[in-house]
Design a protein around this ligand. Structure first.
Ligand code: MOS
Length: 733
């Protein structure tokens, strides 16, 4: 029955993507399309005194220059600028709202022209005069002024006392710099204007309905005045959870000029959007001689903007992974004159687990204990903070299978003891964890008598493979071949879903499909049982299944009726059902995915050049819907983990409060030459508690723990402990 679920199915949208048939936000067009180019502030804080647009307007082909002084009416309330993933605290940023400058690279004008080159040239002619104010952009300089944010993590026991009394202690700061998403697709919106002021918006986003609500509330439009579509997304990684400012500017220009407008941000301008905040992860661990954790304290200090307080869960992961009677975790934020940070793949965990898992490695060194052995001694079968068992946690098996695949038992514990020619060899490991979340998602299935099925939902496919898993689940639940299924998504008029994020989409959309398919099965059965001498007489809906285009008795496969016959008998050419995911609350268990990462690095002893030659990432994430797309998610996370460990860092010149390397030439990301052998293991994990299909999601777990495993391997290779990421060669030589 489950021919497609669990298989290594290639992407159903793969051909469209590689042939260029898949259209992205900046590729939609209209006969009256105009082009908007953003002018950005060159100071981080202050007031706009004047904007001289005369030279720009004098250029042939320039239609208008929009600024705060001549913009169309926009909402005045903070609530109208929020969306479901906004930070609770503060006042969200409003593009072109007034003369205030809140951060460098802030948009201050939009030049609209008949063609893109003209707009781009004219944008250089806009002259902005500022009254600059003093500012701060350095987290480390503002560390002492950081304020505490409320987090649900409760203190346990007396961590200070336990730490002081511990036989072995380790206490250190671990630094994560500002990192940017750098998706391949630039942020873009193409807004078509329709008679009567209705807008059709093609936007790069992780949530079309989110953007639809946002555009409606910012411009005070009626719900059916705005349709937002995003059929394909060229990577977003969290940067598209909140609507980005280009959609506001494009919509504003379309409303003002009553014609279609496209705004595409440049790569540099994307450094004025959200980012992973720089953090200082302070870990203090205490243990007895035998490696039992006596105390675990974690203090995260992160940057945020002046106008909002953004923070994620950096600090709760020790309680998911390890047992300790004494624990304390705090999260502080320092306000800086920067754009508000945002979610970036495994937000909170990527940074917090980096600190935690490096600290565990340093504790193992202090204990003279194998780092894997230390993890096993501290292993927790309960979420320590929630004091609940897990719906499933096969992390032990991750350690075991990962270690075996890697050959961990061959490791010589002594740093600098392993060598390959002129390179030092280091082996390091770390644990990972993420939340297994699920959300209310709706879907509509239409099955026609000719055997075609359409599955539709407003969710996104941000490159994760959502089109494919939706088709797989529908194929199995409806008993039709994969190529009889059309998946429609990324359209705000389709059944309701939240943004695609948090690794929750796979579980959520799958269960909506299961429920809608069950309704179709029930209806077909009812009609089938009304047919003369029905082969399905007397069977309940749970006693039949849909397979090979027929309704089939589960206990006796010879009892079946073709679905086409049933629909013909019922006089129907289509059946349509819409249902939600309908999860039951479970507050008796903690829900997480887990992983164990093993890394090999080779370090050139004279030059300090680091190569990550092997990574094994063993992941326990419940039922895997598609072993191919899921492995690609983990692999992508591992590659990003390599970037986080060795390459990525946005550098601000604090004299100017401006990022110096706002491009992908100087902001380094891993390239093919940096990526060697990556092995992904999915540890079998049957979770009968979390949801009917036992799905947990894999979008984010792949990066968690990877930077720590690499940093620990670098220590093992060189005997040098670099705690501030990225570990560049200048820090080693
Ligand atoms: Mo993810 S950082 O929730 O897109």
């Amino acid at each position: 029955m489950t021919a497609h679920i669990g298989s290594a199915t290639s992407r159903v949208d793969g051909r469209a993507k590689v042939t260029g048939a898949a259209k992205y936000a900046a590729e939609f067009t209209a006969p009256d399309l105009a082009f908007g180019v953003v002018v950005n502030s060159t100071i981080p804080k202050g007031r706009i005194i004047s904007i001289d647009t005369s030279r720009a307007l004098a250029v042939d082909g320039v239609i208008d220059v929009l600024t705060h002084a001549n913009r169309v009416r926009m909402a005045d309330k903070d609530d109208d600028y929020r969306d479901e993933v906004a930070p609770e605290d503060g006042s969200p940023y409003r593009p072109l709202y007034d003369d205030r400058v809140h951060f460098n690279f802030q948009p201050v004008a939009l030049v609209v022209a008949e063609d893109e080159d003209t707009a781009r040239f004219a944008a250089t002619l806009v002259e902005v005069a500022y009254q600059a104010e003093s500012f701060a952009t350095d987290l480390h300089a503002r560390r002492e002024q950081a304020f505490k944010v409320d987090k649900p993590v409760k203190p346990r026991g007396d961590a200070t006392k336990a730490l002081a009394g511990a036989a072995v202690r380790h206490d250190a700061d671990y630094g994560v710099p500002i990192e940017y998403h750098n998706p391949m697709e630039l942020y873009a919106s193409t807004v078509l204007w329709r008679e009567g002021g209705k807008l059709v918006v093609y936007d790069k986003t992780q949530g079309v309905q989110n953007v639809q609500r946002y555009v409606c509330s910012v411009f005070q439009l009626k719900d059916d005045d705005v349709q937002v579509m995003s059929p394909f997304v060229g990577g977003a990684f969290g940067s598209g959870l909140r609507p980005q400012y280009q959609v506001v500017l494009a919509a504003m220009a379309a409303l003002k000029l009553k014609r279609a407008v496209r705004v595409v941000l440049s790569r540099a301008q994307m450094y004025g959007l959200c980012y992973r905040p720089a953090t200082i992860e302070r870990l203090a661990l205490g243990a007895s001689e035998d490696g039992a954790l006596a105390a675990l304290t974690h203090e995260a200090i992160a940057m945020t903007s002046q106008h909002e307080a953004f923070s994620r869960n950096d600090i709760g992961w020790g309680d998911v992974l390890y047992t300790s009677d004494n624990s304390r975790a705090t999260h502080r934020l320092a306000r800086l004159d920067v754009p508000t940070p945002g979610d970036m793949r495994a937000p909170g965990a990527a940074s917090g687990v980096y600190g935690l898992e490096c600290a565990m490695d340093e504790l193992a060194v202090a204990l003279k204990m194998d780092p894997l052995e230390l993890r096993l001694r501290c292993y927790s079968d309960r979420d320590q903070d929630k004091n609940l068992p897990f719906s499933s946690k096969r992390l032990r098996e991750c350690y075991q299978q990962g270690a075996e695949a890697f050959g961990w038992s061959e490791r010589n514990p002594e740093p600098r003891s392993m060598r390959d020619g002129r390179e030092l060899v280091g082996w390091g490991m770390a644990s990972g964890a993420w939340e297994a979340l699920q959300m209310p998602f709706a879907t509509r299935i239409v099955m026609t008598a000719n055997g075609h099925v359409e599955v539709a939902s407003a969710t996104s496919d941000i490159g994760t493979g959502t089109y494919t898993i939706m088709a797989q689940v529908a194929a199995d639940m409806l008993g039709v071949p994969l190529d009889s299924i059309t998946v429609k998504l990324g359209d705000s008029t389709l059944p309701k879903t939240p943004v695609e994020g948090g690794s929750w989409t796979a579980a959520s959309i799958s269960h909506a499909i299961v429920n809608a398919a069950a309704d179709i099965r029930a209806e077909l059965l009812k009609i089938a049982q009304g047919m003369p001498e029905s082969a399905l007489e007397g069977l309940g809906t749970d006693e039949v299944t849909l397979a090979d285009g027929a309704i089939v008795a589960i206990a006796d496969r010879s009892r079946s009726v073709p679905m086409a016959d049933v629909m013909r008998h019922g006089g129907m050419d289509r059946i349509e059902k819409e249902r939600g995911s309908e999860f039951e609350d479970d507050d008796e268990h903690a829900h997480n995915t887990h992983s164990a990462i093993f890394a090999e690095v080779k370090v050139d002893e004279e030059l300090g050049v680091i190569r990550v030659t092997r990574i094994v990432n063993a992941v326990a994430a419940g039922r895997i819907l598609n072993t191919k797309t899921a492995a690609s998610q983990i692999m992508g996370g591992v590659v990003w983990g390599i970037g986080m460990a060795l390459h990525e860092e946005a550098m601000i010149d604090h004299r100017f409060g401006r990022i110096m390397n706002a491009n992908i030439a100087e902001y380094h990301v891993p390239v093919n030459a940096d990526v060697h052998d990556i092995q992904v293991i999915f540890v079998e994990e049957e979770d009968r508690i979390i949801n009917k299909l036992g799905i947990k999601g894999v979008g984010e777990i792949g990066i968690v723990g990877v930077p720590a495993a690499i940093a620990n391997a670098v220590y093992h290779a060189t005997g040098r402990r670099v705690r501030d990421l990225p570990i560049t060669l200048d820090k080693l030589v």
